[in-house]
Write a protein that binds this ligand. Structure first.
Ligand SMILES: NC(=O)C1=CN([C@@H]2O[C@H](COP(=O)(O)OP(=O)(O)OC[C@H]3O[C@@H](n4cnc5c(N)ncnc54)[C@H](O)[C@@H]3O)[C@@H](O)[C@H]2O)[C@@H](O)CC1
Ligand SMILES: Nc1ncnc2c1ncn2[C@@H]1O[C@H](COP(=O)(O)OP(=O)(O)O)[C@@H](O)[C@H]1O
Ligand SMILES: [K+]
Length: 495
């Protein structure tokens, strides 16, 4: 688990480290050395590097990078795009030092010809307003240049915390960022501008108390080791019974995908509670699952209540429909006195959005798994607004509702009521396919039921694994051809 600091937290970490006795110029030197090391490791053509600099400390990094490049025998030119009068103290020092090194410094018109690489050091985490005027022209010229571009800390013009393009932004092939990743490098559109992201530590510690307010984290494969080994002496009862309340007269596939994913994730038993019409298809597709069916005309609450007595966890919603019968099922469930593991997905969320009185019945811990449209129906924000402030919306919803909110998009955020959020960095467009969310819901249900006490939320682990399954499916079938069913094939690699 790695923290992802916001711009204000990065600034605090920088200041603290300087106050603790490591001068800013030392940190800047380490930042610049880290970038030059990466440029060498990645085997860029460094014979004629153009470093574009603004006025702040990001520019200071740039000037130091140019100097170190020439020390190592490469060619470097600084294009000083900013007004000298506005230079930060460190940038002033760096430009003074530069006069003793064979680095050309250019001002005025942007020189595009003859360089082998552009290093973008216009703005880093200190960018605080939309980019306009001369800077915007420089960025457009960089983007038009066809040269490889490496961004220092942030691609200039990308908002550090949201990934928004502030007017115009540099399109980098690679971003070398310092201390921790930044949400803006991972959230779209920022992620597309950042290119590949490498995080380099430069001696700035992230102290625990800095993570007090709404901390954001990401998981990686080392976190999978937190999952305990399967108990060899267990039986199907030990590994938990999942009741999947899913499917409707018209929809069968969602019930299959979510139930299959719950089984593949290690549940001992899975029972699907669904419309009678799905019986044959489900019995054929997934003989391992138990079935309990109802007809919309003859539905009685008792059958659901009996099944709830049997279950250790409930997933409700995939393909459930939003009609009268579905609403009755959801209402009965919410009034049943159920308190165990619960995942509310898809149509169950749509019913809640339409019938807000039902939300007040949820007085037990739940996980909700909305995509943007479902989230928009549940809160006061439009899809566009949610997309722009994914982390904020998810954490606010978790805090206000007391639910674990899994807000699904190209980057998914898992937000907990205690204020922690997790930004998922695995996955690819192979997951943008019908039914992929159903698979995720099944995975989340089993992992949340089985591992309530891990140091990381099981929901975030499930999202991470789901993303990895998408990557493997893309490798095998291509991102375009992979289907939600293909994801099931890869769950076993991680559990
Ligand atoms: N101080 C430290 O401890 C360290 C700082 N580092 C670097 O310093 C950067 C942060 O430096 P700063 O806080 O000086 O901020 P930046 O250099 O990122 O940007 C701030 C400067 O850009 C100007 N500016 C911001 N938005 C603008 C806009 N839209 N149009 C025109 N001008 C704009 C500001 O007036 C200011 O001069 C980091 O991203 C990192 O690259 C690194 O050297 C690591 C250590
Ligand atoms: N471009 C993408 N990159 C990574 N993950 C994606 C992308 N597009 C979609 N996903 C993931 O795929 C899943 C889609 O879920 P959802 O929208 O509920 O689909 P469905 O309702 O068809 O099952 C979510 O987990 C989402 O995060
Ligand atoms: K930059």
């Amino acid at each position: 688990m790695e923290p992802i600091l916001r711009a204000d937290q990065h600034k605090e970490a920088d200041i603290r480290t300087s106050e603790n006795g490591i001068p800013s110029l030392v940190l800047m030197e380490r930042a610049a050395l880290a970038v030059v090391d990466v440029l060498e490791e990645e085997e860029f053509d460094l014979s004629d590097v153009l470093v574009i600099c603004g006025t702040g400390n990001n520019a200071g990094d740039g000037a130091a990078i140019a100097r170190i490049l020439t020390e190592r025998g490469y060619g470097a030119t600084v294009f000083a795009a900013g007004d000298e009068k506005k230079y930060s103290e460190q940038m002033k020092t760096q430009m003074m030092v530069l006069t003793h090194y064979p680095v050309k410094v250019l001002r005025g018109d942007f020189p595009v010809e003859g360089y082998t690489l552009i290093v973008d050091a216009l703005f880093g985490i200190g960018m605080h307003r939309p980019v306009t005027g001369n800077y915007a022209e420089v960025i457009e010229a960089v983007n038009d240049s066809d040269l490889p571009v490496v961004a220092v800390d942030m691609p200039s013009g990308i908002h550090t915390d949201t990934g928004a393009v502030c007017g115009v932004a540099v399109r980098a092939d690679l971003t070398v960022t310092f201390t921790t990743g930044k949400a803006g490098l991972y959230l779209y559109p920022g992620a597309a501008y950042a290119g590949r992201v490498l995080v380099r530590k430069i001696g700035i510690p992230v102290e625990k108390d800095m993570l007090r307010e709404c901390p954001l984290f990401s998981l990686d494969e080392t976190d999978l080791k937190l999952l305990p080994a399967r108990n060899e002496s267990g039986n199907k009862g030990t590994f938990g019974k999942v009741l999947v309340i899913a499917g409707s007269e018209e929809i069968c596939g969602a019930a299959y995908l979510s139930a299959a994913a719950a089984l593949k994730s290690g549940a001992g038993m899975v029972k699907i509670y669904t419309d009678e019409k799905n019986r044959t298809a489900l019995a054929t597709l997934l003989p391992e699952a138990l079935l309990s069916v109802y007809t919309s005309k003859g539905w009685k609450p008792e059958s659901l209540l009996e099944n709830l007595k049997w279950a250790d966890a409930v997933l409700i919603g995939p393909g459930l429909g939003t009609g009268e019968i579905s609403k009755k099922i959801l209402t009965t469930f919410l009034k049943s006195g159920w308190k165990k593991t619960t995942v509310i997905d898809a149509d169950a969320l749509n019913i809640l959005a339409r019938h807000e009185e039902l939300i007040s019945l949820i007085d037990f811990p739940v996980t909700i798994t909305p995509h943007l449209m479902e989230m928009s129906r549940l809160c006061d924000y439009s899809v566009e607004e949610i997309k722009k402030e994914l982390v904020y919306v998810a954490s606010k919803a978790a805090e206000e509702s007391g639910a674990c909110v899994v807000l699904k998009d190209a980057r998914t955020v898992v937000a907990l009521p205690d204020g922690r959020s997790f930004l998922n960095l695995s996955g690819c467009s192979a997951l943008s396919t019908a039914g992929s969310g159903d698979v995720l819901a099944g995975m989340i249900t089993t992992l949340t039921m089985q591992h309530p006490d891990l140091p990381v939320p099981p929901q975030a682990l499930a999202v991470y694994i789901h993303g990895k399954c998408g990557e493997l499916a893309a490798e095998k079938y291509s991102a375009a051809s992979a289907t939600a069913g293909d994801l099931l094939e890869f769950i076993h690699r991680f559990l």
